[in-house]
Design a protein around this ligand. Structure first.
Ligand code: ADP
Ligand code: MG
Length: 217
């Protein structure tokens, strides 16, 4: 699915990814961890570039249209897969067929009663759920997510992660909550200063390794 070989990315003179080699097979569920600035978001964007047509991307800042309803923001996940007339009809008034597809997603993300609320009136956590719902609705074979549960209560984040994992064949997320990441994902990729510092089954990631990954340079 992804086969990176010594991939480097720079912003101007600043090298951010420094020779990343990484293979991710179809069907894998993997999480990227590492200190802030290590290059997690840059790596996810690189993966997205490589397989854009097959990917749904959950943005760290949600990337929602604040003036539209939660329903319409989820609907946007498949805008390019419907005809213009279908899109216009649904923009004016959500049609039965789309409601029958989108309502269960709102139920799954725990937002059914907010389906027609304007996004600008939702809390950060609720907006993040809508961003997750939009990615699920896209029905892509790959979901990439940049800290997609960062604004969700810790005791609800696990459930939402489970939903994301079951909504696409291949799932790759960046996360800052290490314990949650280890509990939810079988494979852990640790980035440090633009390099792959570790790439292990989560049960093999010990406290010492984590301390090393996150140590101050
Ligand atoms: P992470 O997601 O692990 O926090 P990022 O991939 O966002 O890391 O960033 C890695 C490094 O690249 C940081 O030092 C950051 O400041 C820098 N960086 C990220 N985006 C840009 C950009 N658009 N222009 C310049 N530097 C950037
Ligand atoms: Mg980031």
């Amino acid at each position: 699915m992804f086969d990176l070989q010594r991939v480097s990315v720079a912003y101007g003179a600043a090298r951010v990814l420094k020779g990343i080699s990484l293979r991710i097979r179809e069907g894998e569920k993997a999480v990227i961890i590492g200190p802030s600035g290590a290059g997690k978001s840059t790596l996810l964007k690189k993966l997205y570039e490589l397989r854009q047509a097959q990917c749904a991307f959950i943005h760290q800042d949600y990337a929602l249209v604040a003036q539209l309803s939660a329903f319409h923001n989820v609907y946007i996940g498949r805008l390019d897969q419907h005809s213009t007339i279908h899109n216009l009809l649904n923009l004016l008034k959500p049609q039965k067929a789309e409601l029958s597809h989108i309502t269960p997603i709102f139920r799954a993300i725990g937002m059914e009663e907010k389906m027609f609320a304007r996004v600008s009136t939702l809390s950060g956590g609720q907006q993040q759920r809508v961003a997750v719902g939009r990615a699920i609705y896209r029905r892509s074979s790959i979901i990439l997510g940049d800290e997609p549960v960062s604004a969700i209560d810790p005791h609800q984040a696990g459930g939402l992660l489970g939903l994301v994992k079951s909504s696409a064949d291949t799932v790759i997320l960046a996360m800052h909550d290490v314990q949650l990441a280890l509990a939810a994902f079988p494979r852990v990729i640790g980035l440090r200063e633009g390099r792959v510092f570790l790439d292990l089954p989560s049960e093999e990631v010990g406290e010492d390794t984590l301390a090393d990954l996150y140590r101050r340079s």
